[in-house]
Design a protein around this ligand. Structure first.
Ligand SMILES: C[S@@+](CC[C@H](N)C(=O)[O-])C[C@H]1O[C@@H](n2cnc3c(N)ncnc32)[C@H](O)[C@@H]1O
Length: 274
């Protein structure tokens, strides 16, 4: 039997953000850097996943953006997310889905071949909560099972708001300054929820603390995503399938061998076995 200390509920501002303010369903299709995140997440996951059919728990899976193609690839996917709008959408994409919190999964131990945490780690401001989520992932994984956990880079907002040119707005400038110094974004500052922005070392360290030995950390979009974003923003052009998109994708692949370049990616993906 597990004795769990009660966890605070998922912050209402996070539920409200994804319910009323932001449509997560088109985040990875509506912009070039989103499409780059999608292509790279797919290729990195496909490189590490066990062959289908295998069982995948997609924690913080949103409206099922990844669950959809994983189910089409032949995996049995169950998705957990705290936002009812996301769970309802995910139930239409070929997986099962329920409301839940990464810090307390309603799942028996040693159940899944794979656990995805592509979102919860950056929505949990306190390290204690992030480690709880990682501990839960390890608990529900079969021995030797795979965890893939995404984080937003500490430096992503610096690059993002150079591309948007919003660094000259005082509120954005101050929020980015604080993120660089502390990794924390408190709600209501620059158009996002409470969020934690990891360094690559910090992400690997948190996995190791939760018992995942020697995680590998990848830059998802690679070091030139913000050039792509800036080009799209300031030319108004559609960058998908452009020469610029293909160059940024090639750069992300070439950069994998050079860990110093992790700092310039927007998101990072840590993978490890239980
Ligand atoms: C940016 S979305 C990512 C969705 C999807 N995994 C993807 O990679 O496209 C972040 C997701 O994390 C979810 N989330 C936030 N806090 C969470 C928590 N404590 N437990 C589980 N999921 C959480 C949000 O509801 C949201 O769906």
């Amino acid at each position: 039997m597990r004795f769990m200390t009660p966890q605070p509920a998922v912050a209402p501002e996070i539920i409200g953000f994804y319910t009323d303010e932001f449509d997560e369903a088109d985040r990875l299709t509506s912009s070039a850097d989103g499409q780059l995140e999608m292509v790279r997440t797919q290729e990195l996951l496909r490189r590490h996943l066990p062959p289908a059919p295998a069982s995948i728990l997609d924690v913080g899976g949103g409206p099922g953006t990844h669950a959809r193609w994983l189910a089409a690839d032949g995996y049995a996917v169950h998705l957990v997310d705290p936002v009812p709008r996301h769970v309802e959408a995910a139930q239409q994409v070929g997986c099962t889905a329920e409301i839940g919190d990464a810090r307390r999964l309603d799942v028996p131990e040693r159940t899944y071949d794979v656990v995805l945490l592509l979102g919860p780690l950056y929505h949990l401001l306190d390290q204690t909560d992030r480690i709880l989520a990682l501990d839960e992932a390890r608990r529900v994984l079969k021995p030797g099972g795979l965890i893939a956990a995404a984080a937003i880079s500490r430096y992503a907002s610096l690059f993002e708001h150079t591309a948007t040119t919003w660094l000259d707005r005082e509120r954005v400038h101050d929020a980015v300054t604080d993120i660089l110094a502390t990794g924390r974004h408190d709600p209501g500052r620059k158009g996002f929820t409470a969020a934690y922005f990891h360094t690559a070392e910090g992400l690997a360290d948190e996995l190791a603390r939760a018992g995942f030995a020697t995680p590998s950390v990848y830059g998802i979009e690679g070091p030139t995503w913000s050039l792509l974003k800036a080009t799209e923003q300031h030319t108004g052009g559609r960058m998908a399938d452009s020469a610029m998109f293909r160059a940024a994708l090639a750069a992300a692949r070439m950069a994998e061998a050079y860990p110093d370049l992790l700092a310039a990616s927007s998101h990072m993906l840590a993978v490890a076995n239980a």
